[in-house]
Design a protein around this ligand. Structure first.
Ligand code: NAD
Length: 459
């Protein structure tokens, strides 16, 4: 698609938005139900596309992509009416006689740019929020998962006109052409580096935006943690989708006294979940591209391999791997890993772990395994991060009651549940004044104006 056709598409959507069609509750509800119907109708193709692009098993496809989208949809359908209702605001003494309202208003035409790692869920979840909030949507899926990209285009194209929802396929060039358009909101999920490009493009036109980015998310295992359980939950969080999860535990910070025991339990869980030879397990995810595979394979030289470490270059697979004796200056600790490699760093006092995290950009997620409430409070209160779990991994993303997002370098803004509606909504404040009387003390001609003002606005 060339620039002028993109401009046309945006103009078409703006025109449709201005007609007011997308705003009524009934319209939004109908479109969300239509989305649910089309997702159900295409469920089999979605599972096949995820298998083809990322070798996702049906179990993973349902638990981490389709199921989450369904949950988000039913939650939104259930609560939409109450979210849309204008809220009354209190009246200040200075505004006696007037009424205040806060009116949820759609932004208008929105742009959603999605990544490849959960190519269905991370495109559909923001779409649900955007539609619920009454916007039109241009969606650009990732070019690295081409089967899903084409499927989203076909699936959404089969039920929606492009003046309401359009899928534009392509890579960075297409993405940048879209970012040059005067859309009303941008929702981007992807890497920190591209996030900076997106924010610069948005700044040129002062377009409000959400950035769902990544980074290195730590997982702390304290001396008192229930180690066997912790190991299972860490293996679940790290090796789902072969580690290609934005909130996967990137590295472990383990109390020195329990490191060896934890490593043994993690090895046990890997065997239990993926069998003795994960490389030939058909349910174990593959790395998205040759380039990504090479980058990950190079990390295997860092530290010493505590378990795993083998690769199958012909089908882009890397064994679930733990790296011991790792230091911060090694390449594996210099960037987000985004693959099935888990480096381990030891600490003696919890403050050391906290300092190591606080010396670096604010993480998207943080996980802590401990039984001690005091340790829990110390970590939660002294580290800033997007969100996370105590005694678990990943699960905070899968509930519509917790807004999900990053802070600082890991992103800005949050979504899921009502958070998605809020993200795609501008809350407009409106004051309605009474015509029954008029306080004249505010006018410059008022005799005792200043006296009254001093009474009303006191320090
Ligand atoms: P990416 O930043 O490379 O790509 C994301 C999207 O941006 C794609 O649609 C891509 O086509 C587009 N893009 C790529 N280069 C661009 C450019 N120069 N200009 C404009 N657009 C461009 O990210 P990815 O590799 O698809 O995803 C992995 C990253 O995303 C990881 O860092 C991960 O942590 C992060 N992520 C974050 C979340 C979250 O919810 N916070 C979820 C998934 C992934």
């Amino acid at each position: 698609m060339y620039n002028d056709t993109m401009a046309n598409l945006i103009q078409k959507q703006k025109h449709f938005y201005r007609s007011g069609a997308t705003r009524p509750y009934e319209y939004r509800l109908r479109q969300l139900k239509k989305l649910r119907d089309v997702l159900v109708a295409y469920e089999k193709q979605v599972i096949e596309a995820l298998k083809k692009d990322l070798n996702k098993s049906e179990f993973e496809a349902y638990s981490t992509e389709i199921g989450i989208a369904y949950e988000e949809l039913s939650f939104t359908i259930k609560h939409l009416r109450s979210w849309m209702a204008p809220r009354k605001a209190k009246t200040a003494l200075t505004h006696f006689g007037s009424k205040g309202r806060i009116i949820p208003e759609p932004y208008g035409t929105t742009l959603i740019i999605a990544p490849w790692n959960y190519p269905f869920q991370l495109a559909v979840s923001p779409l649900i929020g955007a539609l619920a909030a009454g916007n039109t949507v241009v969606m650009k899926p990732s070019e690295l998962t081409p089967t899903m990209s084409a499927l989203l285009s076909e699936m959404l194209g089969s039920v929606y006109e492009e003046e309401y929802i359009a899928v534009v396929e392509g890579g960075p060039d297409v993405s940048q052409e879209l970012l040059a358009q005067p859309v009303d909101y941008i929702f981007f999920t992807g890497s920190v580096n591209v996030g900076k490009i997106v924010m610069q493009a948005a700044a040129k036109q002062l377009i409000p935006l959400t950035l769902e980015l990544g980074g290195k998310s730590p997982c702390i295992v304290h001396a008192d943690a229930p180690l066997k359980l912790a190991a299972r939950r860490i293996v679940f969080g790290k090796f789902t989708n072969a580690g290609q999860t934005c909130i996967a535990p990137d590295y472990l910070l383990v109390h020195r006294s329990v490191k060896n025991e934890l490593i043994a339990y993690i090895q046990e869980s890997i065997k239990e979940f993926y069998g003795p030879n994960p490389l030939s397990n058909p349910s174990y995810g593959r790395i998205v591209s040759e380039k990504h595979f090479q980058r990950l394979a190079s990390f295997l030289q860092d530290g010493t391999v505590a378990s795993g470490g083998r690769t199958a270059p012909d089908h882009l697979t890397i064994e679930p791997t733990m790296l011991d004796q790792v230091t911060w200056d090694m390449p594996v600790m210099q960037e987000e890993i985004f693959g099935p490699i888990l480096p381990i760093i030891e600490y003696d006092r919890i403050q050391e772990a906290i300092d190591m995290i606080n010396d670096r950009p604010k993480p998207l997620a943080l996980y802590l395994f401990t039984r001690e409430p005091e340790i829990e409070d110390t970590v939660v209160d002294s580290v800033s991060y997007g969100g996370g779990c105590i005694n678990d991994t990943l699960m905070h993303i899968a509930t519509p009651y917790l807004p999900f997002g990053g802070v600082g370098e890991s992103g800005m803004g949050a979504y899921h549940g009502q958070g998605s509606f809020d993200t795609f909504t501008h809350y407009k404040s409106v004051l309605k004044q009474t015509n029954l009387f008029d306080f004249t003390f505010r006018y410059p001609s008022s005799k005792n104006g200043l006296k009254y003002l001093r009474k009303l606005f006191k320090p």
